[in-house]
Design a protein around this ligand. Structure first.
Ligand SMILES: CC(C)(COP(=O)(O)OP(=O)(O)OC[C@H]1O[C@@H](n2cnc3c(N)ncnc32)[C@H](O)[C@@H]1OP(=O)(O)O)[C@@H](O)C(=O)NCCC(=O)NCCS
Length: 294
């Protein structure tokens, strides 16, 4: 899959550790590259750089290309298909002195076209921090469009919003747009009002008099994640648990939920699985766990 690719000004060649490490080390030793790229510390020596490149390159499915000007030996940066990911993922970086000259914007489309064409991949995606407009620009240049966002904690504990960009070999409409829980409750209106007050969002539809069914989006957009609320007459409702992924700080969500008068059963706490969470209970016993990166 890692064949040489050429563009108008660039030559992308499979990484050769002996030849390319001294150049790539100039990026690997630079915190301004390693922070936004991999959220890692810079390397302290060419040997460590070599080891880290080799480790990434040895993951199943990984492909790494060094980026050069067409008729020069000097390596300016690297673009790779990350190994061992559930969805094939692209990643890129450039030595700092070459930023902003259109280099990755020229290299990334060639790699995406190759992977989705001759290499036979059905989809590729790239994860880009929302505060990295240059990388988002590269993704767009490569024909990737935004598919969603999520929040994760950085190495320093700081929350980072990550945007997922993606492109398919065959342009096609999504088959599944969302999966939603249908929450059985005795009083639909009261539950919708409580969830909106506690979590934010808006009602999207309401059916019946009294209300038998309602839809809720837990954000400002028509595509924000949602839940449906359905009326049940039985007294015995099997309780379920909703997990609401939210942006940090979770403490702000907690304050809002408290103000809405929810029945808190677990206060805000940092969990060993890397999430900060609190839990409240709805009248029928359903639990709502609200979690985020910090
Ligand atoms: C991200 C990075 C690879 C971009 O490469 P680059 O060669 O400088 O990017 P380009 O010059 O080709 O620019 C690509 C697009 O982003 C835009 N862009 C570049 N720098 C920008 C900036 N600082 N702010 C806003 N837009 C920017 C360009 O205008 C271009 O957009 P266009 O297609 O609409 O013209 C480079 O900045 C880098 O190595 N950063 C550190 C590592 C990193 O962040 N890796 C990505 C992690 S997801």
């Amino acid at each position: 899959m890692t064949v040489q690719l050429t563009t108008e000004h660039l030559r992308l060649t499979p990484v050769d550790l002996d030849r390319d490490t001294p150049y790539l080390h100039l990026a690997y030793r630079d915190p301004a590259v390693m922070g936004p790229w991999l959220d890692q510390d810079p390397t302290g020596s060419p040997e460590e750089t070599r080891r880290r490149i080799a480790d990434r390159g040895s993951l199943p499915g990984a492909c790494q290309w060094s980026i050069r000007r067409r008729d020069e030996q000097e390596v300016l940066g690297l673009i790779e298909l990350i190994g061992a990911t559930a969805v094939p993922g692209l990643s890129w970086m450039l030595r700092q002195e070459y930023w902003g000259r259109g280099i990755l914007g020229e290299a990334a489309p060639a790699v995406a076209d190759h992977l989705l064409g001759p290499a036979g991949l059905a989809h590729v995606e790239a994860w880009v921090d929302s505060d990295n407009p240059a990388s988002a620009g590269v993704a767009r240049r490569a024909g990737l469009t935004e598919r969603g966002r999520f929040a994760q904690a950085g190495r320093d504990g700081r929350p980072r919003e990550t945007v997922i960009f993606g492109r398919s070999a065959e342009p096609a409409s999504a088959v599944v747009y969302a999966v939603e829980v249908v929450l059985p409750v005795r009083d639909v209106d009261a539950t919708v009002a409580l969830l909106v007050a506690a979590l934010g969002g808006h009602e999207t539809y309401r059916h019946g008099e009294p209300t038998r069914r309602a839809g809720l989006r837990l954000g400002p957009w028509s595509t924000s994640p949602g839940v449906q609320v359905a009326h049940v007459v039985e007294n015995a409702v099997a309780p379920c648990t909703l997990y609401v992924h939210c942006a940090a700080p979770v403490a702000d969500r907690y304050a809002r939920a408290r103000d809405a008068g929810v029945n808190v059963v677990d206060e805000v706490q940092a969990r060993p699985w890397g999430r900060t969470e609190f839990t409240f209970r709805l009248p029928e016993g359903h639990l709502v766990v609200v979690g985020g990166p910090g």
